[in-house]
Each structure stands twice: as structure tokens, then as C-alpha cells.
Ligand binder design. Sequence first.
Ligand code: SF4
Length: 480
Amino acid sequence: MEKETHTMTKTDIPELIRLTRQEYSDSYDAMNWLTPEKAGRASRERDSLINRIFSHSAGPGWRFSKTKVFTHSISPGCELCGRGDWSCLFINGICNARCFYCPSAQNEKGRPMTSTLEFNTPQDYADYVKLFNIKGVSFSGGEPLMTFDRVLLFLKTLRSRVSHPLYIWMYTNGLLVTEDKLKALRDSGLDEIRFDISADHYHLDALKKAVGVIPCVTVEIPAIPEDLENTREIIRQLHHEGVNHLNLHQIRCTQFNKDRLIKRGYTFVHGPKVTVLETELAALELILYSLEKNIGLPVNYCSFTYRHQFQRAGAQRRNALLIKTAQEDVTPTGHIRTLSISGKSKILARVHQHLLSTKSDPLLWRLSKDGDQLFFNACLWPLMDFSSVQLKIAYSGTALKSAVSFRHPFKEIRLNKKIKVVVERHTKLPGLWLEGEQIRQFGSAFILPGEDPDGGSLAPDLLNDLSRYESFIPGLADYC
Ligand code: SF4
């Protein structure tokens, strides 16, 4: 199980370095870590690449709090991922390739799993997708085609059992692709296929078979600095072959791949997880190249800071919606936000009366038994009178489990007659009190952003404490 780290803020950096040193204790000193001088140079190089990318008036853009840079467009699957509507099903844990960057061993077939849940039957997974209102599903592994029948069965079951619109894609290294398999996948409802062509020495034979068969063909590879020249040449070919998207991702260091990454002389960057500096710069170089050469292929850089923040927020948000109360709401980062005001009973009774007079849904607020605390959903913010009261803000996170741990408040979610899953609720910030101008500043920062230009700004420390639960860290990650 990977150790959870908070979303990084500037003050967390020494703590992140301490945790990383602990995690990589036996190899930390052998790893080539980013020094302050090198970080400065790399930041300037990155800024220059970004400036040159955005000097092209048509094509480039940012998405998702400027954590994702792309040209032209991103695939529908990437759109769903960014919106937090995606479930990645690891259909198996075996692979027939041996990529140096692979994050884990891939030597056990295992059961299909997602978000720590194993699914023994495709029906159970389809019911999970239905109940959690998931709009996009991908099959990953391992190599999905090593258990082709399993993929087909899950795909067909999703199509027959889930009635809401569902976009489905599959990752593959392409080694086992045949025309018959592709047609079977298409006929069963696969929308997109993503090839890791770097797993097969950048051969394009497999993807050529898919173009014209599967509606959307994407190439998804790590941006490998040593392969930069080769990849530049391939971008034009991909466009020519009718590939729809190229996704470039950042290599992440794990206990499994670290020795191979060290041997390549890469520079390691501290963060919530360790990443490789050179892969980010290589990805930006490739985007720039495709623009300078006017190749129309949409290219998207899937940075680790994007994946770490947005994919986690999506899963948290889905859980949160199932366990929160009507008086609570969910922040963009997927945390449950609990707002309440406290003060004299007389004042709260007046606020309560006012809410009743507005004919708002009475489930959206709740007065405590003693009448000295009123919980309310953030959608009531414009109706609230905050004079002479204190505002309490609390945040919780969630976890999805297959069984109750009895260590946290939880809710059982029945998927079907045979199986249920558990959403647990973990307190992240038990309570932070604001009063006077601070309340207005909080509202204009997080509840109604942009609607109160004179609302003023929260003190930096307070803003920092709240931001980790309220908003994404914008931009590509700092180099540290
Ligand atoms: S194809 Fe994917 S799962 Fe297989 S070794 Fe390469 S990175 Fe790992």
C-alpha cells in the first residue's frame, strides 16, 4: 500500500523530502536528486518551452487548473478523467512486455480491481459503475489482451447492464493485437484503444490494424528523453496513419523500477511521488515540435501533478456524494465540506426563521438540539447572515473498502443482492473557526469565487490551510 501524502503546498516540501528519504532509504543517496541550481535551470528551460508553445496562436491550450498542456484537443476519455467521471479497471496483473519504466512487477494474473476493490464477476463491476454514476471505464493491466476473454466479458456486460452513456477504452502494448480481436472489441462496444508503442520498439503494425476499426485510436507513451529523436519522427507518421491522439506521460519512480531509472542517469524530483525531471521536458519538447512542424495531431501531456490531483479528486468526489449529508457539500478536490455557524440561540433562531421564509429545501440546513449551532449547505451562502456569529469549517475525506473496518464512520452501499461495498469517512480538518471579515473572505475565495471582488483576501496561512481541501494546485509541479 502506498503511503498517502497530502496535496503538496510549499510548506510541505521539507516533510516530503523526509518521507521520500524514508521510503527510498536504501537507494536515496545513489539517486540523482534535483539540486537547487539544477531546479533553477530546469524551471527556466520549462518556462521557455511553454512560452514557445504558447507563441503559436492556434493549437495549444491548458486544462484542469493548468496542470495539463495540450494541442488541438484531448480525447473524450481524458475529458472524463479530468472531470472525475472515470474508473480504471485493472483487468489483470500480467504482461508480456518488459518496459524499463513499468511501475510494478506485472507477474500475477489476479482478479480485476479498481480503487482497492476486487470484482469477481463482470455483473458486480457493472453494478458498481451504475451506482457510482461512472461515465468512463478503461481496461488496463498488466496487458489486457493476455486475458482477452475476460476483457470481452466485462465489456459486453457493461454494455448490457449499464443504461447511462458510457465511454469505454482499453490500454494495450499491442503485442497480441489481431484484426479478429479488434473487430470483436469494436462489436462489443469499445470506443477507444490506446497503444503503448514504446513497449514494442515503436512499431506501428498493431495500431495500423486498429485505425478504421476502433472509433478512436490513441497512442499513450511515456516521454522518454533518450527516444526523443525517434519520437519526433514518429509523430508525423502517427498523424498520417490516422491516429487520433498522442498522450505523453511523465515517468514516475517506484520501488520496482528505481534501479533501472537510476541506471539511465535520470534526475529525480521530490513530490507526493517521485518523478523524473527529463520526461516532463521531453514531453514539452514534443508538443513544441508538433506545433512548429504544423503536424495536426492532438498531443496531450499527462503530468503527474495532474494525475495525482484530478484522478484522486474524482474518486473522492464519487464516494463523498454517497456519504455526505444534505447539509454538506463536496469541494472541487473531492473533500466533504461541513459548514456551521455558532452563536447565541436568539441569533441562530433568527437565521433559521429567515431560511424558513425563503422556502429553500429544509433538508439543506439543520439546527442543533441546543439551538446554538446551525449546519448549512454552501448553496445557501447568499441567504446567510453572518453578523455576530462564528463560522466553523470542517473537512473529511473518504475511502472505498470491500468490508467495514469499524475504525471510521461508514456507509454500506449495496451494489446488488450479493455484494456491497463500504464508503468510509475520515476527518481531515476537524474544525477551523472564522469570524467577521474572514467569513466574507472565505466566501469570496471558495464559495462564490469571482462574485465578490471587494471581499478581500484571507491571510496567507489560513488560505494555505484551506486550499489543500478546496482547490487544486495550479500549474505544473514546482521543481524541488
Ligand atoms: S506494457 Fe505496460 S504493463 Fe506491460 S511492462 Fe510495459 S508498462 Fe508495464
